[in-house]
Design a protein around this ligand. Structure first.
Ligand code: HEC
Ligand code: HEC
Length: 348
């Protein structure tokens, strides 16, 4: 009988050792993850692009205001919809006057964490993106900047907002200032996720499957490209390192990627590595929205980027990790603001 407590103590000790081993392993994974990724900042203001409350408010209005585009029927938020985490859930969007866009809508959430903007990096920053979008045929349809200013002038509520946002400008309604204000708004759109809490040291923030998935995401080699604060968005890479991407995605037509921007043969089929933040909320996938489901997108990636074929269980674990990158919608994005009043006569 005296042996039983000893036996029990042995078991307890064994358990304790196993627990310590598991905790050590858990800590090793966390340490490794902290070396590869960074948590989101509280906003994406920079020295060059500081944020003021007035600019954010003005930018938010214009982001949701369809009166700026040619037929006054489409706003930034038509394609970057809150309900779809800043995307439109379509493979490719239809722009103003039913003009088709050749590429898929990426989310504007956390977009300021990327080193360049757009799939092919043909915009330098958020402000540059807006500056150009305001007069482009698909996103705006307005012939020139004057047409945009005319619209704003027809909406009396905007003048005081511009004055407040750019108090030192005698003529604050400029394309540059519109871009600065919408950019400032977008720089507030960060979505901290369970993974950020984990990176901050909270082991409980990730369910076991997500931790297993994180381990596989690291060990399979995804982190060679998807790393940093955006879990991507930090470099260019060829899409289709070991195999032509369209054989796996069924893409038609075939987009030559950054080559069409630079004409440099080294840029053939090169794209910005996509940020994977909120990726579970933003199907379909890739620059042309050619793949509908996340597990399939993960399998395409392992196949064409790494030359590995992934079984369903491993894919499921990686998807569980990717789901931990879903954050809450920012409150100033979840609902549309009350827009400045004023009628608009659409240009014909
Ligand atoms: C017709 C739909 C449409 C409208 C309207 C539209 N966008 Fe986009 N947006 C897109 C598409 C498509 C892309 C990807 C373009 C590319 O990569 O070539 C994009 C890209 C972006 C990106 C880049 C995200 C990233 O990860 O690089 C941002 C930011 C953005 N849009 C913000 C805006 C803002 C601000 C407005 C309003 C001024 C706007 N968009 C209007 C369709 C639209
Ligand atoms: C060699 C670099 C590289 C590696 C390795 C890599 N990726 Fe990617 N990933 C990219 C590029 C580039 C894109 C953008 C492709 C495009 O433009 O359509 C991308 C896009 C994605 C997308 C689609 C995102 C979206 O919003 O459409 C997912 C999901 C993804 N990667 C997951 C993974 C996973 C999981 C792994 C590991 C199994 C992985 N990637 C490995 C470079 C890489």
């Amino acid at each position: 009988m005296a042996k039983l407590p000893l036996y029990a103590a042995g078991i307890t000790a064994l358990f304790a050792i196993l627990l310590v081993a598991a905790a050590t392993e858990d800590n090793a994974l966390l340490k490794q993850a902290q070396g590869i990724f960074q948590p989101l900042p509280k906003d994406m203001a920079t020295a060059e692009f500081p944020i003021t409350r007035e600019r954010v408010e003005l930018g938010r209005s214009m982001f949701f205001d369809s009166r700026l585009t040619i037929d006054a029927n489409m706003s930034c938020s038509s394609c970057h919809q809150p309900a779809f985490y800043g995307t439109d859930a379509l493979p490719k969007p239809m722009g103003v006057k039913q003009r088709p866009h050749p590429r898929h809508v990426p989310t504007n959430l956390n977009a300021g964490t990327s080193f360049v903007i757009h799939w092919r990096g043909d915009r330098t920053n958020l402000e540059d993106q807006v500056f150009q979008a305001l007069t482009l045929p698909i996103t705006s349809g307005q012939p020139d900047e004057k047409a945009v200013f005319d619209r704003l002038a027809h909406i009396p509520g905007y003048a005081p907002l511009f004055k407040a946002a750019f108090p030192d400008d005698p003529q604050p309604i400029t394309l540059r200032n519109i871009a600065t204000a919408i950019g400032a708004y977008e720089r507030t759109l960060v979505t901290p996720s369970p993974f950020d809490a984990y990176l901050a040291g909270d082991q409980e923030a990730l369910p076991p499957a997500a931790k297993t998935g994180l381990e596989k995401f690291i060990n399979t080699g995804c982190v060679a490209c998807h790393n940093g604060v955006g879990v991507g968005g930090g470099m260019y890479q060829k899409f289709g390192v070991v195999e032509d991407y369209w054989k796996a995605t069924g893409s038609d037509p075939i987009d030559k990627g950054r080559f069409d921007v630079t004409k440099d043969p080294n840029d053939l089929y090169v794209f910005r590595v996509a940020s994977l933040r909120n990726v579970a909320m933003t199907p379909p996938y890739f620059h042309d929205g050619s793949v509908a489901a996340l597990p399939d997108a993960v399998k395409v990636m392992t196949r064409v980027q790494l030359g590995v074929s992934l079984n369903d269980a491993d894919t499921g674990d990686i998807v569980a990790f990717l789901q931990s990158l879903t954050g809450e919608l920012p409150v100033n994005f979840a609902t549309a603001p009350v827009l400045p009043s004023g009628a608009v006569v659409p240009a014909r």
